[in-house]
Design a protein around this ligand. Structure first.
Ligand code: MCA
Ligand code: AMP
Length: 520
């Protein structure tokens, strides 16, 4: 490697340096039977990066991508890093109003979408000042690859410093609109390196890549993990439990949100034999129920390793992989998210800003190299989320025990997590309140055996209006991502309120916890 390349702290350069010597070995294998070699990844990222370079964009220009999961979509991510631009992934579930906000707020120079959505998205994008809209489809067609094919397959990665922006990930909020968490090359690389060591990635590891690549878990934790270890990925465009179980015979590592584990547990094919060659099962993004942790151990003989993270901070804690500390075996403990990762400082803060002692419950606060620098163009919101001494306030409520294990016991923010996706009731209540005939809505998350939690909407109609719950949900589905749409809706005469007139969501949670909650 040249001295210049060594000084280049572009995340892509570090990932590329970890490619195995045999560039003709398979890097990614799809379920359709396609095999992409490491050389294919090298060449394809070079061609797309050259296309991006040819647009002559200022550094830090954003490339917003809303396409279905595919190996080519991953190539676009890596090429964006390579070209020194900023990647902005957008869930394909997002509807037009949601997309419009992201485009307006992030002001990307480039948007990539499916051909089927080109008409609507390009109109929106050009109206918001986007310069280029390319298409990319699941079947590898579209203008992006057509244009990239005209470019050289050699490319010198753009020089980046650890502080330079690599990606913006939008997270919703309890008030107002979504905020773009700014993640730098240094944030992403430091976290990937820590996880590579902590989880004992080794020669010969093969990852089943089953998660969407719009969010931290599938895009960073999984992809960076495999690439930084030069490991092959078995690529699932969509998770399907039986196929995932069948892939275990050729794999060693699986990463999933708890719903993926409960869905696999529902399959008779899951047993010790199916999982015999696996080394590690990792869960995160939502609480893993103790029942799931134990059922998995009984059925497969493997103990799931649970870890905890956020878009703003990347991975913060992990249950141990190897004996923790020097010669001290520490078991993975169900119901906890493990120990703070090396280099991260994690503490529990009290209501008055004091740091709480071991075992006391309070707000989890963190600082360290993977913690983001702030929200895109929102300095006030950024300032609100950090303590005076620079710790990020996660909004998760928990404790650290005497052995250093962290448990999350609640959240100070009003959100629920459904199948690994965060849903902020305030955002959806806003949409429902704007529907014709709706006076007021309250949305709560209630337990669900499949998604962990699901939303329930409780609605009051305007005087004299008769509302049908099913109609309300159908209308909502045209406006927001499906995973944000409550699974049940009840039209009621009044909502329970405290003396201050505030809706008592705890009472609604209790009342609508079961699928046959009261319909009024
Ligand atoms: C799909 N639906 C959902 C969800 N997913 N509803 C609620 N919650 C969901 N997560 C809707 C569908 O649109 C459909 O609605 C209906 O539910 C049934 O869909 P189904 O076919 O069962 O869903 P699926 O397509 O199989 O998807 C389920 C899934 C998926 C595989 C669990 O949601 C998923 O991949 N989740 C992973 C999310 C993730 O990667 N999170 C990581 C975020 P309709 O019938 O109306 O169409 S990163 C993060 O949290 C931090 C940083 C971290 O620590 O990792
Ligand atoms: P996101 O905003 O999508 O980055 O989601 C981050 C949130 O997911 C965290 O603030 C936690 O509330 C939650 N989370 C992630 N991993 C876990 C876990 N293992 N257990 C409980 N909650 C988790």
């Amino acid at each position: 490697m040249s001295v210049e390349a060594k000084l280049n702290m572009n995340l892509f350069v570090a990932l590329r340096a970890a490619f195995p010597a045999d560039l003709d070995a398979v890097a990614v294998q799809t379920e359709e039977g396609l095999a992409y070699t490491w050389r294919d990844l090298e060449r394809a990222t070079a061609m797309v990066a050259n296309l991006l370079d040819s647009l002559d964009l200022p550094p830090d220009s954003r490339v917003a991508v809303q396409v279905e999961k595919s190996v080519e979509a991953m190539v676009v991510y890596l090429a964006t890093l390579r070209a020194g631009l900023v990647y902005l992934p957008l869930n394909t579930a997002y509807q037009s109003a949601e997309l419009d906000y992201f485009i307006e707020n992030a002001a990307p120079a480039v948007v990539v979408c499916a051909s089927a959505r080109f008409g609507a998205i390009s109109k929106q994008a050009f109206a918001r000042g986007v310069q280029y809209v390319f298409t990319l489809n699941e079947d590898r067609t579209g203008s992006l690859l057509e244009r990239a094919a005209q470019h050289s397959d050699l490319h010198q990665p753009a020089t980046r410093t650890p502080k330079d922006l690599a990606a913006i990930l939008y997270t919703s909020g309890t008030t107002g609109r979504s905020k773009g968490a700014m993640l730098s090359h240094g944030n992403l690389l430091s976290n990937a390196q820590v996880l590579k060591d902590y989880w004992g990635w080794q020669r010969g590891d093969v990852l089943i890549h089953a998660l969407p690549i719009f969010h931290v878990h599938g895009l960073f934790v999984a992809i960076h993990g495999a690439l930084l270890n030069g490991s092959k990925m078995l690529w699932m465009d969509r998770f399907e439990p039986r196929r995932a179980i069948a892939l275990m015979a050729q794999a060693t590592i699986f990463m999933g949100v708890p719903t993926l584990y409960t869905r696999m547990l529902s399959e008779p094919a899951l047993d010790r034999k199916a999982a015999a060659g696996m080394r590690l099962f990792i869960a995160g993004s939502a609480p893993l129920l103790l029942d799931t942790f134990e059922a998995w151990r009984t059925r497969t003989g493997h103990t799931i390793l649970e870890r905890y993270g956020m878009s703003e901070t990347l991975m913060l804690t992990s249950n141990p992989y190897l004996p923790n500390g020097i010669g001290k075996p520490t078991a993975r403990r169900g119901g906890t998210v493990g120990l703070p990762l090396p280099g991260l400082r994690l503490r529990v803060g009290g209501a008055d800003g004091q740091v709480l002692p071991t075992g006391e419950v309070g707000g989890i606060e963190v600082s360290g190299p993977s913690v983001f620098s702030g929200y895109w163009r929102m300095p006030e919101k950024t300032a609100e989320e950090f303590t005076a001494d620079g710790f990020f306030k996660t909004g998760d409520v928990g404790l650290i025990d005497a052995q250093g294990f962290v448990s999350i016991v609640g959240r100070s923010k009003d959100l629920y997590i459904s199948g690994g996706y965060n849903v902020y009731p305030a955002e959806i209540e806003g949409f429902m309140n704007a529907l014709p005939g709706v006076l007021e809505t309250a949305i709560v998350g209630v337990p669900d055996p499949d998604f962990g939690e699901v939303g329930v909407a409780v609605v009051i109609a305007k005087p004299g209006v008769s509302l049908q719950a099913a109609d309300l949900l159908a209308q909502l589905k045209t406006q927001v991502a499906r995973f944000k749409v409550p699974k049940r809706c009840y039209v009621v005469a009044e909502l329970p309120r405290n003396a201050m007139g505030k809706v008592q969501k705890n009472l609604l949670r209790a009342r609508y916890a079961s699928a046959n909650g009261d319909t009024v």
